[in-house]
Write a protein that binds this ligand. Structure first.
Ligand SMILES: *Cc1c(COP(=O)(O)O)cnc(C)c1O
Length: 638
């Protein structure tokens, strides 16, 4: 392992600098901090009560729960739900809106029982409900005892079975609203409602011309996957009327995509939908819910811009825009203010979890080789030596160009058989030594020109992290989603290195090489050099979508999950530990059962014994070890 020189030797480094470097206050929404010791803190209530993450990890390790570990902070879910209700509450007061606000949590965003249980528990006092986008999600939602006032909204493509299940559930869940997402669903809904003699709440999802912005822009607009256009909307209303079910229509719904980065888009969509609402209300007198879907954006990079990883508005501004716009249009038409429903998922769930992984070791492109330059060494080697001796802070640009030229020469000469391996190694080492010097000079002079990106890259490291990006942060790979990453210790010291983070999979895509930054997207992250102590980093803001989408690439399974709550100022408690997958549980998902596996391995071992290739004692210990490994965590024991 090779250590880079600590350029400033930590002079004057303060935790404030770490906060700024990693952007903690920019994207953290008040949930994260650093203590004097330089350790990352979580403040789930944004108050005095805090958890030092390193303490939690050390405690868990003593109890044989080793990283990678997903930490969940259920109190953050509570804080987010209350912020959502408070924001709408404030807007409603400010604009003297006559209706109220009701939220539902879209299960698609995180269906984990342990997560939804918390959401339902803390949401009860707000009458917070659930949204299902498929039959399985509907059945999951029936597991939970929601408050009678809360809504259960059924979205998504629906066949006869989904419709029948939802309609039957209205017998014991009064609050179900079936949203018609496609016109062809309506016939089944009407027919089966009559057959089952139920009187369901119905909604219609409308297709708007307004689009969102950011990555999910295609979810909106006239070619969107879901929703009824104007003609379809009218024929749906007509059909309900002629079947005596128009009084069942109580919700108008739209959703123009997730992570809407521009507030203006939201305003436009609300305006368009409000106009439709007031018109439909004239035809369907029981209409009472104006459902604005999800899309409330999260500022992952802290830039407060309309870039994909950010949003140029905060929750309060979102609520203000919705309430104000809707009220204005309802007032113009003299229509009663509807109950506003929203299906914000990302905004509720995203902050509540983080992955802790240990960086096991670091790789540098450059390795030190012991050598001396002799008089009879080739000319090109002498030239490198000259560069090394003469390069200074004043002339490094010129020497950089020279040394690049010599490097080409070195490779050419080797390829032509004019140098042997030892000479090539010597030349390369000298070249890297020159680059190391140049790297120091570009840092000293604050030179940020792209010309030296090559040198910076050469000097960067690859840290090996004990996790799978495909399991724990799949959106990084799938859609280039950025997540903040911060070391959980040493934040009172200047990070000496920069590098990327490789995961445990054998996939070259398993590398985190893009990092959040207020001004830019960083290709390398500032990290500390590794020593004998474990070095942990947190990947943050993983609470939305990642649990649901993560996969078993290379058979790295679910990670350990731990629920942490704060009690008093510095007191925390572990509320729940859910062990991650072991080898056998992962293989089971692929239809290998444990007894079958053991039996097969056992018979191969037995065959080797029978053929005198293996003595029975060794055979026994091999089999015992295999049996033990089948029960172990899928990650590495670093
Ligand atoms: C995905 C989805 C949501 C959640 O969107 P977020 O951006 O996570 O708030 C809400 N409603 C519907 C219909 C969805 O498909």
């Amino acid at each position: 392992m090779r250590k880079m020189k600590n350029i400033d030797d930590g002079t004057g480094w303060k935790i404030e600098k770490s906060k700024e470097l990693y952007g903690i206050d920019n994207w953290g929404s008040g949930y994260f901090d650093i203590n004097r010791k330089g350790n990352l803190l979580v403040t789930p209530n944004k108050g005095k009560n805090k958890v030092e993450i390193l303490q939690v990890i050390e405690y868990l390790k003593k109890n044989r729960i080793k990283p990678p570990i997903l930490l969940r902070f259920p109190q953050i879910l509570e804080s987010r739900i209350s912020e959502l209700y408070d924001s709408f509450g404030r807007s409603i007061n400010e604009f003297q809106y006559q209706g109220s606000y009701k939220g539902v949590f879209p299960l698609k965003v995180n269906q984990r029982k342990d997560v939804v249980e918390e959401i339902v528990r803390v949401g009860r006092k707000y009458n917070y409900g659930l949204e299902a986008g498929s039959k399985p999600e509907l059945i999951e939602s029936l597991f939970f005892k929601l408050s009678p006032e809360s809504l259960l909204v059924c979205n998504g493509y629906k066949d006869k079975h989904y419709i029948k299940t939802a309609l039957q559930a209205t017998h014991f869940r009064k609050n179900i609203i079936l949203v018609i997402d496609q016109l062809n669903e309506i016939n089944d809904i009407i027919r089966q409602s009559k057959k089952l003699s139920v009187n369901p709440g119905l909604g219609i999802r409308i297709r708007l011309y307004s689009r969102g912005s950011g990555k999910w822009v295609e979810s909106g607009g006239e070619a969107a996957k879901f929703g009824l256009n104007t003609g379809e909307l009218l024929s749906a209303i007509e059909k309900l009327k002629s079947n005596g079910m128009i009084q069942n229509l109580n919700m108008l719904h739209f959703h123009i995509g997730s992570q809407i980065t521009e507030i203006r888009r939201i305003q436009n969509a609300v305006k368009e939908a409000s106009r439709i609402y007031v018109e439909v209300k004239k035809l369907a007198p029981e209409l009472e819910y104006f459902n604005i879907g999800g899309g409330l954006g999260i500022d992952y990079d802290g830039s407060k811009t309309s870039s994909d990883a950010s949003a140029n508005y905060a929750m309060q501004e979102y609520a203000n825009n919705v309430v104000f716009t809707l009220k204005e249009i309802c007032d113009e038409e003299g229509i009663e203010h509807p109950t506003i429903v929203s299906e914000s998922g990302r905004a509720v769930a995203v902050y509540h979890s983080m992955l802790i992984t240990n960086l096991a070791y670091e790789k540098s492109i450059i390795h030190n080789v012991d050598f001396e330059v002799a008089e009879d060494d080739s000319n090109v080697i002498q030239k490198f030596q000259g560069c090394f001796n003469e390069v200074t802070v004043k002339n490094y640009r010129e020497y950089f160009h020279d040394s690049l030229e010599y490097k080409d020469e070195l490779i050419n000469m080797f390829n032509l058989g004019q140098l042997d391996l030892a000479e090539k190694a010597k030349g390369e080492a000298l070249f890297y030594n020159v680059c190391q010097k140049i790297h120091r000079f570009i840092k000293q002079t604050g030179n940020e020109s792209e010309e030296f990106d090559y040198v910076r890259k050469l000097m960067s490291k690859k840290y090996i992290g004990n996790f799978s990006l495909f399991q724990s942060m799949p959106d990084f790979w799938a859609i280039g989603q950025l997540f903040p990453i911060v070391p959980i210790q040493k934040l009172n010291r200047q990070p000496e290195c920069v590098g990327t983070i490789l995961d445990m999979t054998c996939d070259s895509d398993g590398e985190i090489d893009r990092f959040t930054d207020v001004m830019d997207v960083k290709e390398m992250l500032e990290l500390h050099s590794l020593d004998k102590q474990p070095y942990y980093v947190a990947v943050l803001l993983l609470g939305a979508y990642q649990d649901a989408i993560g996969d078993l690439h290379n058979l790295f399974g679910a990670v350990h999950e731990v629920h942490v709550v704060v009690k008093d100022e510095d007191e925390w408690d572990i509320k729940k530990v859910i062990k991650g997958d072991n080898v056998s549980s992962v293989l089971k998902m692929l239809h290998f059962n444990r007894p079958g596996l053991v039996k097969s391995i056992e018979s191969s071992i037995q065959k080797a014994v029978d053929e005198d290739d293996l003595n029975p004692l060794t055979a026994k210990s091999i089999l015992n070890n295999m049996k033990k490994e089948i029960n172990e965590y899928t990650y590495l024991d670093f």
